[in-house]
Ligand binder design. Structure first.
Ligand SMILES: Nc1ncnc2c1ncn2[C@@H]1O[C@H](COP(=O)(O)OP(=O)(O)OP(=O)(O)O)[C@@H](O)[C@H]1O
Length: 164
């Protein structure tokens, strides 16, 4: 019953607006009761996806264009915002069988750059857009650092497994 009240509070109107109404039990029942808040508020967005929208629809309608821009050298920021349990993690990561925005974005990026990967190890990224060229000694040091890091990660995984 409470859930029904809450569902009545949120209405999606068209593809870009949401109307919020106070639950019925909070609405003023006497004309002129000025102490109670306004009963309906409309919020307008670029695009609103309803509860029936699939992960694919949300990705195609929101982030795919940003990824294309990024692949052309642009910058973008994607973040989720909402109360706890609103579905931020679900939308962003999603379960394995129904992946969310991040795995879909990575798939587009890696599929696009497939065949253009630089296979030598003599470049090191610096900040966002820059890189430095490594000497053979620096390359050997980088490889050794990465190997040690991976070994430590593997050891910490083994520790976790032996404790669980
Ligand atoms: N679109 C959806 N379809 C099916 N289940 C969903 C959907 N969105 C969220 N859920 C489920 O609702 C629950 C809460 O979602 P989620 O963990 O994504 O919320 P959250 O906003 O990340 O919460 P918190 O801020 O507490 O981390 C999870 O069990 C999730 O699987």
């Amino acid at each position: 019953m409470t859930i029904k009240f809450l569902l009545d509070c949120v209405t999606i109107e068209g593809s870009n607006s949401v109307v919020l109404r106070a639950p019925r039990f909070c609405q003023p029942n006497r004309q002129g009761d000025k102490s109670l808040p306004q009963t309906a508020q409309r919020f307008t967005f670029t695009q609103v996806f309803g509860p029936e929208a699939s992960q694919r629809t949300v990705f195609e309608g929101s982030v795919r264009g940003l990824i294309q821009d990024t692949l052309q050298g642009g910058n973008c920021l994607v973040f989720t915002y909402g109360v706890t349990n609103a579905g931020k993690t679900f939308t962003f990561l999603g379960p394995d069988h129904n992946s969310g925005l991040l795995p879909r974005s990575l798939a587009v990026i890696f599929n696009t750059i497939k065949g253009h990967l630089y296979s030598r190890r003599d470049l090191k990224p610096q900040r966002c857009r820059d890189f430095s060229r490594l000497t053979p000694d620096q390359q050997a040091a980088e490889i050794s650092t990465k190997k040690n890091l991976l070994r430590l990660l593997k050891e910490s995984d083994d520790w976790e497994i032996s404790f669980t």
